[in-house]
Write a protein that binds this ligand. Sequence first.
Ligand code: SF4
Ligand code: SF4
Length: 275
Amino acid sequence: MNLNEKIITEIESLVENSSLNKNSKYGFSYFESPLVGFASINNPLFSDYKNIIGDFHYHPKEFFEPPPADGTVIVWVLSVNEEVRKSNAKEDRFPSLYWALQREYGERFNMLIRKHIQEYMKESGYNAVSPMLSYKWKRLDNTKVGLASTWSERHAAFAAGLGTFSLSDGFITRRGIAHRCGSVVTDAVLDVHESEYGDHRENCLFFNNIAECGECISRCPAGAITENGHDKSLCDRYTYNTIRRLRGDYYNVETTGCGLCQTAVPCEYSLPFKE
Ligand code: SF4
Ligand code: SF4
């Protein structure tokens, strides 16, 4: 087994066996088996992101001191479990209880995967940083792309060829749009699979001329998605203020998420067209 395969096995094993991927009260898992991708830290997309997102967005080399000549970004995509997706698909104003529990406790489990893979790479003899665990990770307001952060795991997933962006600003993989991403940057030089997409929104029906869609537009109770794209500020206000105020205590969570535009849509759990 090479190191790529060992890393994939580590992540798969955590998803399958960790008690933190399960809600003990209601007996469901947050995530199904993951997709895992690898991008070179020398992939030119990471330099392009400085222009596309902003200079504040870190190049993977900038997580190390001194920066390594070569290395890899390890990225995983955790598909939201069917039971959770189906519960959210029935909702039209607020996320379901199961979705909110997945957002709160599933993301804590995702943090554990980030820490585990970071330490696994160090124990394997390499330097490694999970950007979301780094003091360099920050959310920023009022950038040229609106709300943003200093490291985007979805952009790392795009560089690793795991999927493309969507009208709703989601990320559509071959397992769909309802998921959470994670990443670790390392100076280990692993086998990589670069993005083969011709367009950064190729997997979204709205942009690929296969069929008309836009179903996420009517799924959004905040009016944050239009034919012109996704208004991050409206989405953020609805998700972190309105839903938090009206459902946070009721669900007994700090962060409810929303995900209505990721469920009951053609791209929920697969590509919205045949490959
Ligand atoms: S619902 Fe349709 S338009 Fe919206 S992201 Fe999915 S494929 Fe694209
Ligand atoms: S996550 Fe944001 S864009 Fe999607 S339905 Fe909720 S408020 Fe609308």
